[in-house]
Design a protein around this ligand. Structure first.
Ligand SMILES: C[S@@+](CC[C@H](N)C(=O)[O-])C[C@H]1O[C@@H](n2cnc3c(N)ncnc32)[C@H](O)[C@@H]1O
Length: 261
C-alpha cells in the first residue's frame, strides 16, 4: 500500500515555533525530504532511524531539480513510506508546496499540508517590528525579489509602491539595489525605512535598519548571510523605538517540547 506524504512548514528556524502537528509528524517520519533552509536545530528533532534526504533550495543551491524532488516523493510513498517533506516557513508561501502536491495527486499518492510560520511573521515577532500598525500600514504584501531583474516576469512596481502597505521581500538580497531603485522611481520616498533580517528567530539572527536610498550601499558594506528578508515601509521605522533583543541561544529549549510530544 502506498504511504503518505506530509508537506510540512518548519517555520522560520526556531524549533519552538514548529506546530505540535509538525513536531508529531516529524517524530514519526520514516523519510524526511528537507530543504537546506530548515534550521539545524529543527533537523536535530528528526528520529534517529529516519532517512534524511537534503534537496537544496537555499540561496545559491538548487542541488536537486524540482521534477526530481517530485519523483522522489512519489517513489518514497509508493514504497510504502510515511514521508515528511519539510520546508522552511510555510509550504504554500514561496515554497512550491502546491507544485509537489500536484505531482502527488497526479500519481495517486495521498498527501496533506501542515502550515508553518512564514519568515515574515517570524521576523516581525522576533524583531518587534509589526507588519501592520494603525496609522502606519493598513496592509502587507509578500513578494519575491528573485525575479526583479527578469523583464519577462516584471513586478508591477507602481502597484507595489503604496506607502500605506508594508512590502515584505523574500529572496531579494541579490536584487535589492534594483528593487529599491524601482520603488523610488515609482514614487516611494528615499528615506522610506527598510529593515533587513537574516536568519530570523534563530541564534544566528542579524538585522540592519536602512532606507531605500542607502540599502544597496549598506548591504555592500555589510553583507548579510542568507536567508534574508526585507521589510519595507513606515513600520520598519518602529525598529528605532520598539526593537527587541536578538534571540539568545537557548540550549535544549526544544527538548522540553520533545518531552511532551
Ligand atoms: C524559497 S523562500 C521560502 C519561504 C518560506 N516558505 C516561508 O514561508 O518563509 C526563501 C526565502 O525566505 C526568506 N526566509 C526564510 N527563512 C528566513 C529566516 N529565518 N530569516 C529571514 N528570511 C528568511 C528569505 O527571503 C529566503 O530567501
Amino acid at each position: 500500500m502506498a504511504g503518505k506524504v506530509y508537506l510540512i512548514g518548519a517555520g522560520p528556524g526556531d524549533p519552538d515555533l514548529l506546530t505540535l502537528k509538525a513536531l508529531r509528524l516529524l517524530q514519526s517520519a520514516e523519510v524526511v525530504v528537507h530543504d537546506r533552509l530548515v534550521s539545524p536545530e529543527i533537523m536535530a528533532l528528526t528520529p534517529a532511524g529516519a532517512l534524511c534526504v537534503p534537496v537544496g533550495k537555499a540561496a545559491g543551491f538548487h542541488s536537486v531539480p524540482q521534477d526530481r524532488i517530485n519523483e522522489l516523493l512519489v517513489e518514497m510513498a509508493r514504497d510504502g513510506h510515511r514521508v515528511v517533506r519539510l520546508k522552511g516557513g510555510d509550504p504554500l508561501i514561496f515554497g512550491r508546496g502546491s507544485e509537489e502536491a500536484e505531482a502527488l495527486a497526479a500519481a495517486g499518492i495521498p498527501y496533506a499540508y501542515v502550515p508553518g510560520i512564514t519568515a515574515a511573521q517570524g521576523a516581525a515577532c522576533s524583531t518587534g517590528v509589526p507588519l501592520t500598525h494603525r496609522g502606519l500600514a493598513t496592509g502587507v504584501r509578500y513578494v519575491t525579489g528573485h525575479r526583479a531583474q527578469d523583464a519577462a516576469l516584471e513586478l508591477d512596481w507602481q502597484s507595489l509602491a503604496d506607502p500605506d502597505t508594508t512590502l515584505v521581500v523574500y529572496m531579494g538580497a541579490a536584487n535589492m539595489v534594483e528593487i529599491a531603485a524601482r520603488l523610488i522611481a515609482a514614487g516611494m520616498p528615499l528615506d522610506l525605512p527598510v529593515l533587513a533580517v537574516a536568519h530570523a528567530t534563530t541564534p544566528r539572527e542579524r538585522r540592519m535598519l536602512s532606507d531605500l536610498a542607502r540599502i544597496g550601499a549598506d548591504l555592500a558594506r555589510q553583507p548579510m548571510e542568507a536567508p534574508v528578508l526585507f521589510v519595507i515601509g513606515r513600520v520598519a521605522g518602529l525598529y528605532e523605538t520598539a526593537a527587541l533583543p536578538l534571540p539568545q541561544r537557548q540550549r535544549g529549549a526544544h527538548l522540553r517540547v520533545v518531552g511532551h510530544g
